[in-house]
Design a protein around this ligand. Structure first.
Ligand code: FMN
Length: 180
């Protein structure tokens, strides 16, 4: 199984990264042969989609040359995509949104049948007020439109505890990884 995780937080070692690592530990525990590639958007140069539509007008892929070149190849080859993002202003981070916008260059068929997983952290105490719902809705809509399989998601508040101190959340993410 080829798995690609995408960390959308600007913090490479922040809460969302910790939640993702716990999830990936569970995945590795269950599936020793899983091939996991981690994309850390904060370490990459990804230009915003320009909406030129070249990708839909004869060009096989996006005409912008940046780190998405290698990401396209990884996404095409993946069986599972894991999106991990903190909630920023009631939505995913701009980094993750830019990545998703650029996936528009792929032919929809290239994503057909892949599993998609969502991990979020948020600062509010109440999940309903955090803005998590809009991220879940967006990822579910992507999955629905492209015939992907929305596998599961986990959303954890960091209001009272950093993720690394939150043993219950780490365990929950680990167990969800086991269930992939
Ligand atoms: C610019 C910014 C916007 C944020 N917007 C929200 C928000 O709308 N709702 C929320 O619950 N938390 C919000 N937060 C809090 C983060 O989601 C939370 O602290 C998260 O755990 C940070 O994850 P990280 O350590 O991976 O960056 C925001 C934080 C920042 C810096």
């Amino acid at each position: 199984m080829k798995i690609v995780s995408v960390l959308g937080s600007p913090k490479k070692n922040g809460n969302t990264a910790s939640l993702l690592q716990a999830y990936l530990q569970g995945v590795r525990e269950k599936n020793k042969s899983a091939e996991i590639t981690q994309i850390i958007l904060a370490s990459q140069k990804i230009v915003m989609c320009k909406g030129c539509n070249s990708c839909k007008n004869g060009n096989a892929a996006c005409i912008i040359k940046d780190d998405m070149d290698k990401n396209y190849a990884l996404v095409r080859a993946a069986d599972v995509l894991i999106m991990a993002t903190p909630v920023y202003v009631f939505n995913m981070t701009a980094q993750l949104k830019a990545f998703l916008d650029r996936l528009y260059a792929l032919n929809g068929d290239e994503l057909f049948g892949k599993q998609i997983v969502l991990l979020t952290t948020y600062g509010a105490t109440d999940e309903e007020e955090a803005g998590v719902g809009s991220i879940v809705q967006t990822i579910k809509m992507i999955a629905h439109m492209l015939n992907m399989n929305f596998k599961h998601n986990i959303n954890v508040s960091t209001a009272n505890q950093e993720i690394l101190e939150n043993q219950a959340a780490l365990h929950k993410a680990f167990c969800l990884g086991l269930a992939l």
